[in-house]
Structures are given as C-alpha cells and as structure tokens.
Write a protein that binds this ligand. Sequence first.
Ligand code: IMP
Length: 425
Amino acid sequence: MPVTVLIGAQWGDEGKGRVADWLAEQSDAMARYAGGDNAGHTVRVGARRFGLHLVPSGIIHPHLTCILGSAMVINPLRLVEELDMLVGQGVDVSSTRIHISPRAHVITPAHIALDGASERALGSGSIGTTQRGIGPAYSAKAERTGILTGMMADPDAFVDAVRAQIEQANRVLVDIYGLEPIDAEDSMAQYYEAAQRLAPYLHNTTEVVHALLDAGKRLLCEGAQGTLLDIDHGHYPFVTSSSATVGGAITGLGFGPQEVDRVVAVSKAYCTRVGNGPFPTELDDEVGQRLREVGSEYGTTTGRPRRCGWLDAVALRYAVRVNGVTELVLTKLDVLSGMDTLHIATAYDTPQGRVTTLPLDTAATDEVVPVYETLPGWQTEITRLRRFRDLPTNAQRYVERVEALAGAPVSVISVGPEREQAIVR
Ligand code: IMP
C-alpha cells in the first residue's frame, strides 16, 4: 500500500506545501489530483522561495516524478509561466519527469471572465472565489462542453476550440450579464504557443501511476484547498468546485482505496479562511487582527487578508472522519506564543441545543455559537525548538488536547516558516 494522501483539514492555506516538501523525501512521485491555480503552495529552501500553483511542490526534489492528474483544471498560460519560473531557478522541468493527464480540463479566458461576472452579479452574496475560472471550468466539464488538455496535442484544433468557447461565453457575458464581450483573438497566439510547449508533457497518467505502484514506488498525492472547501463536504455554495478530500485523490488519479496507507491532514494551530461562508470561530477583534499580523495571514494567490479565528475542533474532527486521517500535522504553533489564554471550540450551541458534530446545513452553521474550552497560553519563543519535550508545558498540553479532540495523533508540529522549523514526534 504505497500511497500517501496529503489533505487540508480546514479551509485551505494550512501549510500543505511545506508538508509535501517534507514528505517528498520519502516519496518517488508526487501528484496533484484536483483544483487548479486557485491553489498557492509556498516552499522555502534556504534563501529560495517557490510559489507554486499547478506543478506539484515535489518538483524541487530532483528524484521525484510529478503528475498533474485528470481531475485538475489547468490554465495553460499559468502553467507555462510556472515552468519558466522553475527553469529560471535551475529546476529540471523536462517532460520525462512531469506528466500531464490528457483528461484534465483547460481553463480559458472565457472561464475567467464568467467567474468574475458571476461573482460581481452575486454582490454581497458572492462566494469570494479566487477568480481563476475554476467554477466555470468545472461547470463546462460537468456539462460535457469542456476542453480537454489532450487537445493541446493539436494546437490548431485546440485554439479553434478555445475561440469557439469564448464566442459562446460572450453571448452569456453580453446577454445575461450586460458586459462587454472579451476579444477572442487577444490571447490566441499565447494559447497556441502554450499548447506547443505543453504537448510533450501529455502522458497517460493512469499508466504512469500504475507503473509506479507496480514497481513498489511511493506516491504522494498533494491535495489543494481543504476539507471544508470540498464541493461535497464543505458548506455549499461557499466551496470550491472540486473534491479536495481523500476521495478526490482516488477518482482524480485512478487507483483503488486499498493503495492508500497514510492520510496526512494539515491543520493550523488556529483557523483561517479566505472568501465568504460559515466560519464559526472567526474573531472580528484585536485577537483576530493579531493572528493575521503575526501569522502573515494574507492569501498567496490573491493577496487577500484572511479571516482568522480560534481552532475549531468540531470542524477538525469532521475532517479527520471524512478523510480517514491517520496523522495530523499542526502548523504555525509559534503564532500562538505570547497569548495569555487560548480557546478551542469543542461544541456549538444551536437553537436546537448543543451539538458536537458539524451541521451540514450552511445557513444553520452560520448561526451556531461556538462553545470554547480555555487553555493557558505560553510566553516563551518556540521557533528554535526541535523536540516536543522542550516545548513549554502549556504548548505540549495544547497539542495533546488537539489530538484528543480531533481523534488523530499529531506527528509533526511546525514552529516557523523555514523547512527545518519543525518538531517531529
Ligand atoms: P474558487 O476555487 O476560486 O472557485 O474559490 C472558491 C472558494 O474556495 C473561495 O472561498 C476561495 O477563497 C476558496 N479557495 C480556493 N482555493 C483556495 C486555496 O488554495 N486556499 C484557500 N482558499 C481557497
């Protein structure tokens, strides 16, 4: 059983990129299985900082094979930019080590325009998307009108398909939203070049995955976004349009569940969310502001300030159950240093009484009042510590309480942004 699935236990931005970077050492291949360039994974290696949106973060480890799976939505222009950035940093991006599924879907300018138009039309009820065209690309996929990445093998036919899609979207933009049409010719040359550039990377990723598994190699599936943004398991419609949970890895890459022996979920030591939707433990006060500043909580993809709040153990336990989590990685514990008291939500008060499980109803979740357990904080700096037993007693107690409430062991704790700032238990 050689597959590890790495998932976000919250609303994304948990620090999965750096965890993927650690797990890369023990892996032979790394695959992105869902989402697109709405994701932003940051990996720091010494003075170098890599911001990745589409390519699996394992690319910076020369021994790894990288796969972009069938359930992804790929903006070819952004992918080319990312490959160029990696080349500039001296990373090997040859087509023998990067494999793009021909069954992923292409994000076009039409999807990006429709994403923006729909968000503006929703006004205060907007989802707060990253405006990368994710929802419209997955809508086209479900409608069976999408453009497969495999079409890039024939750049002329590919560009014709992109142009036709833009013309179709223009009717919606003009007639429904009352907007100006987008100029189909604007980006056609770029799309043509991108297709030429990316065509050599199109491979049968199902076969690539199975050849690896047959050879006893270890595959790391790098999740994007988080459990509470999953299209089926988050609070609809304030979700992304893909399966961010463990099941997404299985359908997105095409292997059986028995291959998975490790499900690693990443959670911050507190909570953040970008975009709209329920966030029971959100803090609209100076404590929330402090978490944002100390934790540098601004989006990697959009730069938006993140909403911040206390750790929500009700939601974390939900993520552990939905994904069959075998271990937790707790990130940014250092951000909590210096606070007198800490709070963890252990239940919610609702008009129907107290509940300890996550309501599935979105409006009802918006109304819950979190019930907090209060724990004493710690005042000392912990960023240089590397052993659990060296942490202040109250920090140890905080971690142990998270484990007990979540129902999964914490195997690694991060105490700073650098690769080595971690406590492995
Ligand atoms: P979309 O994926 O751009 O359609 O955005 C849908 C929701 O998911 C919005 O609330 C976004 O802010 C959120 N979202 C999408 N990708 C990420 C991510 O990588 N990190 C955090 N939030 C994300």
